[in-house]
Design a protein around this ligand. Structure first.
Ligand SMILES: [Zn+2]
Length: 153
């Protein structure tokens, strides 16, 4: 099972949610999540609706890095879960060999951000919704737009 490795101070709630999501994801056949380094890092931020980013591991399937902004842990729990699931989706999309698994679906023309959510929906049977601020929501009580709007960064 993928482990969560904290690099520097990280809010405990965020680490706990990430561990739960990894466990939930790995209950689905064929889903293997690599170890993930979790750190506070907001340098990727493009807009106020960005709270986290992932760097997938190389070679494919090796340790990934998720950076979260300082204010990430203050967000509602469904947002924390939605955002972490989305980052896991990027890892799944990458590990399963983008083109290969994308071809196996009937879906065409999604962008990379939509593919991250589709990976979670297809492989882990979990929907990631978008709230009125266009931030992800997932888990019990989550609702909003589905699928992710195209072209959203
Ligand atoms: Zn993304």
């Amino acid at each position: 099972m993928g482990e969560v490795i904290k690099n520097g101070p990280v809010n405990g709630k965020v680490a706990t949610q990430l561990k739960r999501i990894i466990a939930q994801a790995e209950r689905h056949p064929g889903v293997i999540i690599p170890d993930i380094v979790l750190q506070t890092d907001c340098s990727f931020r493009l807009s106020p609706r960005n709270f986290a980013a992932v760097m997938v591991g190389r070679p494919r399937g090796s340790t990934a890095v998720i950076g979260v902004c300082e204010n990430f842990s203050d967000q509602p729990l469904t947002r924390i879960r939605g955002i972490l699931w989305h980052e896991i989706g990027h890892i799944l999309d990458d590990i399963h060999g983008k083109r290969k698994w994308r071809k196996r679906t009937k879906i065409r023309g999604a962008d990379d951000e939509q593919w991250a959510d589709l990976a979670v929906a297809i492989m882990c049977k979990t929907r990631i919704y978008y709230d009125n601020d266009l931030v992800q929501r997932a888990g019990p009580g989550a609702r909003g737009y589905w699928p992710r709007p195209k072209g959203l960064r």
